[in-house]
Design a protein around this ligand. Structure first.
Ligand SMILES: [Zn+2]
Length: 200
């Protein structure tokens, strides 16, 4: 285990601010998140494992080539176990529980190997993804994208933005999950849980 306070001097981690072509706006570091309050108070969480950092830079480079003017913006990355435990206490037993990993198993965010991320339009605005970050509704579930397009719940433009985000992240070695368009794991999550030290 690594204490969050030690991450800044740890060789396994890189600062999000050092990543070429990647914007950063950690929503849990301010009040603009699902909880409506600062969740990272006093902790510097703008870090990611070096291998995931390299993957993000590859994703950003691919996007810059294929979609000039579009950029990636990280909304959350390293989330220490103590924060995951606090969030879990708030959401357990509520509908929001389905959107957070049980800290007993470990969130991939707590290993520095997951990111929440969106696309930024050349205008500088975040792209319309059809639902907001941490909007805990079925509109956020990529597994239902085709159905939602057919039903008119999501537009072709919104799904195209989700598609470009997914394609860029896949180029960097990241895999999405069925119920959050914004969440991506680097590599295999069970291997991460077995082999990577958790940040507490
Ligand atoms: Zn996430």
């Amino acid at each position: 285990m690594i204490r969050c306070e030690e991450v800044a001097t740890h060789a396994l981690f890189r600062s999000l601010g050092s990543l070429a072509g990647v914007e950063v706006d950690l929503r849990y570091a301010g009040p603009h998140n699902f909880a409506g309050r600062v969740l990272y108070e006093g902790l510097d969480c703008a870090w990611i494992r070096t291998e995931a950092a390299a993957g993000l830079e590859r994703a950003a480079q691919w996007l810059a080539r294929k979609r000039p003017g579009y950029r990636l913006k990280v909304l959350d990355a390293l989330r220490p176990q103590r924060i995951q435990e606090a969030i879990w206490r708030d959401v357990v037993g509520t509908p929001a529980q389905a959107y957070f990993a049980d800290p007993a198993r470990g969130s991939i965010h707590s290993f520095g190997m997951a990111v929440d991320i969106t696309l930024v339009h050349p205008s500088g605005q975040e792209c319309d993804m059809g639902s907001g970050y941490d909007e805990m509704s079925i509109r956020s579930h990529p597994s239902h994208d085709a159905l939602h397009l057919a039903l008119g719940v999501l537009t072709a433009d919104q799904l195209m933005s989700r598609g470009w985000l997914h394609a860029a992240m896949a180029q960097g070695g990241f895999a999405g999950i069925p119920n959050e368009w914004w969440h991506f794991d680097f590599g295999d999550r069970e291997q991460v849980r077995r082999e990577c030290p958790m940040v507490i």
